[in-house]
Design a protein around this ligand. Structure first.
Ligand code: NAP
Length: 349
């Protein structure tokens, strides 16, 4: 099978770097273009990320000498992965989709538009159907699909098996979010050293709204919001990678603690598709009372799994648990790549 050419818009940032790392030797996709702002355009990739390559492994050899281009819709590729700053992502992504590119985006800009799929393959693969509507509505040759916010995705992966088995009425979540989630340079060191910041602009609203869209059902060609209440409180903590979340849920039907753990452990809706980036277990349940932890669990299944633990009774709602996941892998670049793999498997590419 000839590989599909892909490009990255925003290739130099925190998420862009992850794309470069994850696309090395991808069995279906070949990275043919790198693009970023005019500050980076014209430089080789290694020059453009000099002093701000922040991943533990070095810049992959295959990308070092590639020229960074401007984010204009004349790139030699079929799919554009977008890791663009949200201040510019909206218009740039639209320009690519208009010209016939398939845009798989991490940015918030188009997530909540009714004809744009907000996708987690294990949760709402059928929402992909919205792209037909999008192309028709906008008279575009290409289209945009999006992945959710880096906290939403891990919580929704954990909520989906509970919703399917017992129904959910209410969700309360408190997040402890890693520094890499704010991009680079992100939060100033003097603001976060020896500290927790109980505010991340726009984050609570995103988690509350995106969860409803993701857990909603497709009906008459549109994605209805799930009928539940979600309340989120977000904190920035002094951790490099990995968002930890404390979640409480009120169920529609009764369940035991064992039933809930079983629902987590048996959840594997993509098993048959064999997508290259799909984790063999999307949810890993840890029984130890002090897990999951960012340092120990963020890289489970190469950063593509959500790790859950501490299922127990909640005195206010019904049950509570902790969920943790890698924010720039499953929470960003890995999510967009998995979405593109789903599109390929379902015949959209
Ligand atoms: P970042 O480190 O600040 O990187 C932003 C990227 O956008 C850089 O490549 C930058 O290029 C490019 N850019 C900025 N202005 C531009 C312009 N005018 N034209 C073209 N390119 C431009 O941000 P990040 O953390 O990687 O996040 C990228 C996106 O993913 C954001 O929308 C963010 O909300 C979302 N996201 C992030 C995470 C996470 O955990 N970090 C998780 C989920 C989603 P230059 O280097 O040339 O300036």
């Amino acid at each position: 099978m000839a590989k599909i050419k892909v490009g990255i818009a925003g290739a130099t940032g925190m998420v862009g770097q992850r794309f470069v790392q994850l696309l090395e030797s991808h069995p279906w996709f070949e990275l043919s273009e790198l693009a970023a702002s005019e500050n980076s355009a014209g430089k080789t990739y290694q020059e453009a990320v000099k002093g701000r390559w922040k991943l533990t492994a070095d810049i992959p050899e295959y990308a070092r000498k590639m020229k960074v281009k401007e984010c204009l819709p004349n790139l030699d590729c079929q799919i554009v992965f977008s890791a663009l700053d949200a201040n510019v992502a909206g218009e740039i992504e639209q320009a690519f989709a208009k010209k016939g590119y398939i845009v798989s985006s991490n940015s918030r800009n188009h997530r909540m538009e009714p004809d744009v799929p907000l996708l987690v393959p294990e949760v709402n693969a059928d929402h992909l159907r919205l792209v037909e509507k999008q192309k028709k509505n906008r008279n575009w040759k290409g289209f945009i699909i999006t992945n959710p916010n880096c906290s939403t995705i891990h919580m929704v992966l954990a909520l989906k098996p509970i919703q399917d088995a017992f129904g959910i009425e209410k969700v309360m979540v408190t997040t402890m979010q890693a520094l890499s989630g704010a991009g680079y340079p992100g939060v100033a060191s003097l603001d976060i050293l020896d500290n927790v910041v109980p505010y991340i602009g726009g984050e609570e609203e995103k988690i509350e709204a995106e969860t409803l869209k993701l857990l909603g059902k497709m009906k008459n060609g549109k994605a209805d919001n799930a009928l539940m209440n979600v309340s989120a409180s977000c904190n920035r903590v002094n951790v490099s990678d990995g968002h930890l979340e404390s979640v409480s849920v009120k169920l529609e039907r009764t369940a035991t603690e064992k039933d809930i753990v079983k629902a987590f452990e048996s959840f594997n809706p993509l098993k048959e598709l064999n997508l290259p980036s799909s984790p063999s277990r999307p949810i890993i349940y840890r029984e130890e009372p002090d897990r999951p932890q960012p340092k120990l669990d963020r890289n489970n299944e190469k950063g593509m799994a959500s790790t859950v633990g501490r299922v127990r009774k909640c005195r206010v709602l019904d049950y509570k648990f902790s969920v943790l996941g890698h924010n720039t892998i499953r929470g960003a670049a890995g999510a967009a790549i998995l979405n593109a793999e789903l599109m390929k498997a379902k015949g959209y590419i």
